[in-house]
Structures are given as structure tokens and as C-alpha cells.
Design a protein around this ligand. Structure first.
Ligand SMILES: [Zn+2]
Length: 422
């Protein structure tokens, strides 16, 4: 069965290539979130022709939804007519801005030497194309004899997924009553099964000073110097402590097995861009944007307390030091168990297609699995898809056609196992 199914997918090599190119040629760039409707219709109408029940869902009222840039999603479902599990493939349709440095047309879907170039080829329209062709191959082989399959194409993953998977999960589209197994074809590489991701805690830290004439700084209190003391404490204590903390979760790349902290932005004093000459002032405010990625073994409480304890100590020991610390975003770590049905089905399928054992990994950054798991309550979720993560968001982003085909073979074989329990 597996061999015939794999051959069927191999026979759809031109199909998956054409579909990926068609998707890439729709410039569904986020922000602002353009052309979503065209993208979901391409997916929905193709699946409708295969008998799917297709729902176009605009996330009205959700973050960033507007009449100018409506947040469209599509969920397509095909029932076998006999009871059994539902396997769901979810892909985001939004892509980030092309940026500079391209030698190809980012919206061209150009094919060259076995690769398709363009924004979103790897992250993740290639994965979407693979999942659709995988499901179609399964239907062509008559293997949907119990349970159901679903394909969704959703908005705004790159900006947090509030108008996409989160909105759908809040309305029951991702819930244990409807869906048993969820696969998100993000580009983790065709031989890796991604079980989840680290947590995120973003905060804004402000140090306070006192404004004065810049020629007499001793009459004021410089908030930037206070922030320098914070960064000094981070260097001496916090970063070494984080670097010593490792997770048992198989996060890749290796450096992301540790807890990490990125200082994403710093600003203090006068505006960065001014007309004319600056005026002499002592900075009375300085702000830092913190991007802390935390491990399954940590808790948000400890993550926040670790920073506020350090700041409180500065307040107690450094004259004039005062601060505000404000959480701006929080996503808990999310992980599936390697022994769960979906990771196991994909690991077996990878073995059958590629003839080598699969590796279980976890992601340094988050993706829509957080909403599937924490909002929808569907825990048997993985990311598995074609492409190389390091090409995501880069100029000259591409996906290899061999990868599209191989990943689709794995998806088709694994879905059959999940539907039939073997
Ligand atoms: Zn992505």
C-alpha cells in the first residue's frame, strides 16, 4: 500500500510544483495582509472539486482584520462516511515582506535546477502544496475509507495567528470534538518531526531619571546610565545563568536548547530622528524591549521574577534607580509527546520513504501549534514539512521540488496510518 501511494505522489511531481508556484504568485504579504482571499480560494476551490466541504471564514473583528485587508481563512473537510479519526493539515498563507537582496522575482515562482524560488516557497506554501497533493493521492488510491481529512489555509501566522488559527480554535474549528491529529507543514526539513516550541515572554523595561540641562548633567539623573547598569547586571549574572540552563526537549539548533534572552530594542533620551540640532538634555527615560525564550522546564513566573529580582536589587543598591517592567506578550512552551500517534505515524512514514530513522526536534520560536494546543485543546499536533528553516524569511528563498514530493509522500503514508490506526 505504501509503495503504491508513494508512486502516486511521485506521479504528481508536476502537480505539486505547479500548485506551489501558483500559490507563490499570489503576493499574500503580511503586513498588511493582502490577497488572502485569492489564496484561500485557490486552495478551497481545488479541494471543492475533490468533494470537500469548503468553508471560507473571515475573522471579522479580529486583530488587523479590516475591509481593506480582510483576514480570510479556509477550512475544507472530506468525510469518508464511516467513523474514524480526523487528520488535519494546517498551513498559513501569509508570508513576510521580500526585503532586499533578491536575484529572482520574489513573486515569480521561478523554477531553476530543481528548485522553486520565491517568497513563501519554503515558509510555507511549499508545505501547503505538499499536504494538498498528499491528500489527493490518498483519495486517488481509495484510502479514505474511514474517518475524515481536513485542510486549512489560515491568516496571520507570521504576526501571531490571532486572525487565523487562534480565531478558528476559539470557535471550535480546532477542538477534540472535530479534530484528532493536526499537522502543520512548516519547513522543518523532510526528515525531522517537530514536537513543539519554546515559550516566549516579551516585556518592556523602562528606567527612570530626571531631566536637566545637558551642560550640567550632575543636576539631573540619566536614565540611560541606569539602563547601562541593568545591561551590566544582565551580562554578569543573567546571561551566564541562562546559558547554563538546558532543556531535555530536543530543540534545534543546538544553541536554542538553552534559555535565551534577546535585547530587541533600546531607546532613551531625545528622538532618534530630529530636524536640526539636538538640544542639551539629560535623558529622563530609557526603554528596553526584552525577548525572552523559555524552556519547558521553566515557568513564566520564574522567568519574570528572575528579572525583577535583579532590578529590585539595583533599586536597593544604586542611588536614584527606579524602573517599570511590563509584560507585552506571553506564549507558554508547547510540546507533544514523541510517543503520541502523529509523531509515531510520521516517524514510521519517514522511515518507509527515506529509509532512515526520523529525528524528533522542537522549534526555538513559536508557530500556530500554540493555538491548536492551548486554545483548541488538540494536543496531538506536530510540525512536519518540506524546506529548510534557515531559508525562511531570507532573500532568494526556495524549496527543492524533490523535497515537496518526498514530504508529500511522507504525509500521505502517515495520514493513511493515522486514519486506519496502523
Ligand atoms: Zn511559517
Amino acid at each position: 500500500m505504501s509503495d503504491r501511494l508513494q508512486a502516486r505522489v511521485e506521479g504528481a511531481r508536476d502537480e505539486v510544483t505547479a500548485l506551489c508556484r501558483d500559490l507563490v504568485r499570489i503576493p499574500s504579504e503580511n503586513p498588511p495582509g493582502r490577497a488572502y482571499r485569492a489564496c484561500v480560494e485557490l486552495v478551497g476551490e481545488r479541494l471543492r472539486r475533490r468533494g470537500f466541504d469548503v468553508h471560507y471564514l473571515r475573522a471579522e473583528g479580529a486583530l488587523a482584520d479590516s475591509d481593506r485587508y480582510p483576514r480570510w481563512n479556509v477550512v475544507a473537510r472530506l468525510e469518508s462516511g464511516r467513523p474514524g479519526p480526523t487528520v488535519h493539515f494546517n498551513s498559513h498563507i501569509d508570508v513576510v515582506a521580500p526585503g532586499h537582496g533578491w536575484t529572482r522575482d520574489p513573486w515569480g515562482g521561478e523554477v531553476d535546477a530543481g528548485r522553486i524560488y520565491g517568497r513563501g516557497t519554503c515558509d510555507m506554501k511549499g508545505g501547503l502544496a505538499s499536504s494538498m497533493v498528499a491528500v489527493e493521492a490518498l483519495l486517488d488510491e481509495g484510502l479514505l475509507t474511514q474517518g475524515a481529512v481536513e485542510v486549512s489555509a489560515t491568516a496571520d501566522e507570521e504576526s501571531g495567528g490571532q486572525a487565523g488559527v487562534m480565531w478558528l480554535a476559539e470557535r471550535g474549528w480546532f477542538s477534540p470534538a472535530r479534530v484528532d491529529h493536526v499537522v502543520i507543514p512548516e519547513p522543518f526539513n523532510r526528515e525531522l518531526v517537530c514536537l513543539g516550541h519554546r515559550g516566549v515572554w516579551w516585556a518592556e523595561l523602562e528606567t527612570k531619571g530626571h531631566i536637566a540641562h545637558g551642560s550640567m548633567p550632575f543636576q539631573g539623573d540619566c536614565a540611560i546610565r541606569h539602563m547601562a547598569a541593568v545591561l551590566d547586571a544582565f551580562e554578569r549574572e543573567l546571561w551566564p545563568a541562562l546559558a547554563a540552563r538546558r532543556t531535555a526537549v530536543p530543540v534545534i539548533p543546538e544553541g536554542a536548547r538553552n534559555a535565551t534572552l534577546n535585547v530587541a530594542a533600546i531607546h532613551g533620551g531625545m528622538p532618534e530622528v530630529i530636524d536640526g540640532l539636538p538640544t542639551p538634555l539629560v535623558a529622563d527615560r530609557c526603554r528596553l524591549t526584552l525577548d525572552r525564550r523559555y524552556l519547558l522546564e521553566e515557568t513564566k513566573g520564574v522567568v519574570a521574577a528572575e528579572i525583577s529580582t535583579l532590578l529590585d536589587r539595583l533599586r536597593a543598591t544604586r542611588p536614584g534607580f527606579d524602573y517599570d517592567l511590563r509584560e507585552t506578550m506571553h506564549v507558554p512552551p508547547t510540546t507533544n509527546h514523541a510517543e503520541a500517534a502523529t509523531p509515531q505515524a510520521f516517524a514510521t512514514a519517514i522511515g518507509e520513504v527515506y529509509g532512515k530513522p526520523a529525528r524528533f526536534v522542537a522549534s526555538p520560536g513559536t508557530y500556530d501549534q500554540k493555538h491548536v494546543h492551548h486554545v483548541g485543546g488538540v494536543t496531538d499536533c506536530i510540525a512536519y514539512g518540506p524546506g529548510h528553516l534557515h531559508l525562511a524569511h531570507q532573500p532568494d528563498e526556495y524549496v527543492e521540488i524533490d523535497d515537496l514530493v518526498g514530504a508529500a509522500q511522507v504525509m500521505a503514508v502517515a495520514t493513511t496510518k493515522l486514519l486506519h490506526g496502523r
